[in-house]
Design a binder for this molecule. Structure first.
Ligand SMILES: [Zn+2]
Length: 593
């Protein structure tokens, strides 16, 4: 009885085993069909198989990679060989781990009159580097603009274009509101019509606008038509009907999407969702735009401490609110990933960072966005609650405070999976680089500071040596610090190959070589826009390199970044992207398969 039972059991076991493991019959293919993309070179960013010649994709995921002739049949499934990339180079889809979709949406539809060149989907905007060239371009664009709408331009910077005032603008155009947004986004100058548009044409109305506890009166000037920082936030609310209108934002996001596709970017992190004051509004708009769309982009949302604290009512209640927000997102196109953004010192482009010494040559003191005491409380609260921290820090004075703060956080087994990422890292010292490595921190750096500002800051604001060594990428690479590059768009174009080019060459836009010992290797630069960028936002198990089981996101290039002259890195043409297995042609901007 026992042996009969045993034989039946064994037979059943063998049937189950054969059914689950044995080859299925050729006429009954199992699973989704496979597309095998053949390419001249596939750069995987995986050290154990750095190159391949074909990559097989099914259901938006990579199922195999290899060299030589592509397999005619894989896994006994319907297999199609796709040769459209036969003379192209495939890389993992580029990742920009720090940009601002809402700022981009507000600014991209404005008139770009900037010190540096911009290659926008709507056309090329040549940089203007003198006051005369600035005023000429402004005059020309004002004359061509519709008479009945506010005219908004972005990119003015006093270091190139000199001071601007209401009187300057009235002299150019006193028929319509004209708003000049400073290159950093932190200041606006407007004409008399603009003051009227904001409802502050009369001095009493202006004073009423800025007479609020949160507004520093030094941040605005009635005669000059000037608003910055806290006063700009108040003025912005009056400008919002124009630049936050659904039509305007829709156009801006559309231009951003085209720019990202043109530059091969498939994943971004919105590094401060709620930057205009409301996480729910901005996250809702982003989810509506991308979650179920045919736009080849994945967006990680990043709550930021002060916005969440304000909504939660207290810092102590903020972590739970992020967890609650997180539950509102499903799927892997738009999501929150257990991270929070903190901000230490002021902006680099303004300039308002906190320097140790030597400080700014013109004596300006720099600013804290978050005072050190509050920053310490925020770091502790979110760290204890299990969050990964992303900390904006620009100057070495800001960095001293950040490093002291982080050194006090417990780094025990409980927190073993948590990461800390320093964002930007404009000015730092060698002793700080060593400390960053010792503390096990990661750095997501902004190389465009060096490209745009390196020359001018060396002339006017910083010691020459200090300016030349801004954004110490070579030191970070030598210290083994995980390193990504980001655009912080619109602080730089979301163009990873351009960012990599800056890192590898360190030539600024005035043609000067800045601290050649701080150059990145090509490999570190390419890792910084792929696998390391994925690590910064905790997605390295899904994207950033090409391996079996990972998402089939590819950036399709005309040339191999490892093979071209380093000075030609930024000239490599991006044909388009494969996003979750589907091809998007940068020229067409939409799927054609
Ligand atoms: Zn930013």
């Amino acid at each position: 009885m026992t042996s009969v039972f045993f034989r039946v059991l064994m037979t059943l076991a063998i049937i189950v085993f054969v059914a689950s493991c044995g080859p299925s019959t050729p006429d009954k293919p199992a699973g989704a069909p496979i597309t095998v993309y053949v390419a001249k070179t596939i750069i995987t960013m995986e050290p154990d198989q750095p190159k391949a010649q074909w990559v097989a994709v099914a259901d938006g995921k990579i199922v195999a990679l290899g060299d030589g002739s592509p397999p005619k049949m894989l896994d006994n499934r319907h297999t199609q060989i796709e040769k459209r990339f036969a003379d192209k180079v495939l890389m993992p889809g580029f990742i920009d781990p720090h940009l601002h979709p809402m700022i981009a949406a507000v600014l991209l539809p404005t008139h770009f009159i900037t010190p540096e060149d911009w290659n926008l989907p709507r056309g090329f905007e040549a940089g203007v580097k003198t006051r005369q060239a600035y005023l000429e371009k402004l005059k020309k664009e004002l004359a061509a603009a519709p008479p009945d709408q506010p005219f908004i331009t972005w990119g003015w910077h006093a270091l190139w274009h000199g001071p601007m005032s209401r009187a300057d603008l009235d002299a150019l155009d006193n028929t319509k509101p004209v708003f000049i947004w400073q290159r950093s986004f932190h200041e606006i100058v407007t004409n008399t019509k603009g003051m009227e548009y904001l409802g502050v044409g009369q001095k009493a109305d202006f004073e009423a606008l800025i007479d609020h506890p949160g507004i520093d009166p030094a941040h605005a000037d009635f005669e000059r038509g000037y608003f910055s920082e806290t006063a700009l936030a108040a003025a912005f609310r009056r400008l919002a009907p124009a630049v936050m209108a659904p039509k305007w934002l829709g156009r801006g996001l559309g231009e951003m999407n085209a720019l990202l596709l043109q530059n091969g970017v498939t994943t971004v992190s919105d590094m401060a969702t709620g930057i205009f004051g409301s996480f729910p509004m901005e996250a809702g708009l982003i989810q509506k735009t991308y979650a179920r769309s045919d736009i080849p982009l994945r967006v990680m949302l990043m709550p930021y401490a002060s916005e969440v604290t304000a909504r939660a009512g207290s810092l102590a209640a903020a972590p739970a609110l992020i967890k609650k927000d997180e539950a509102g997102f499903e799927g892997n196109r738009v999501f929150i990933n257990n991270r929070v953004k903190l901000l230490a010192d002021g902006a680099f482009f303004v300039p308002a960072m906190k320097l140790h010494s030597p400080a700014y040559l013109d004596g300006r003191p720099g600013k804290w966005i978050t005072k050190p005491d509050l920053l310490r409380q925020q770091a502790q609260t979110f760290w204890d609650a299990g969050f990964n921290l992303h900390i904006h820090v620009n100057g070495d004075g800001g960095l001293d405070v950040v490093l002291d703060t982080l050194a006090r956080l417990p780094r025990d087994g409980v927190h073993a999976d948590q990461r800390i990422i320093l964002e930007h890292l404009g000015i730092s010292r060698q002793d700080q680089i060593a400390r960053i490595a010792d503390l096990g921190l990661m750095v997501s750096a902004q190389p465009n500071y060096l490209y745009v500002l390196g020359g001018k800051y060396a002339d006017k604001l910083l010691e020459k040596d200090q300016a030349e060594h801004m954004v110490r990428l070579g030191s970070l690479e030598r210290a083994g610090v995980p390193l990504a590059l980001h655009s912080d768009m619109t602080m730089a174009p979301a163009d990873p190959l351009f960012l990599a080019w800056i890192g590898v060459n360190r030539v600024n836009m005035d043609g000067q070589l800045m601290a050649p010992e701080e150059r990145l290797s090509v490999d570190a630069a390419m890792r910084a826009i792929t696998i390391e960028a994925a690590r910064m936002i905790g997605l390295e198990d899904r994207i950033g390199s090409l391996a079996r089981g990972k998402t089939a996101d590819f950036t399709v290039l005309d040339e191999n970044p490892y093979a071209v002259e380093p000075m030609r890195l930024r000239d490599i043409h991006v044909d388009g992207v494969v996003f979750e297995g589907k091809w998007y042609d940068a020229k067409k901007g939409a799927s054609d398969n």
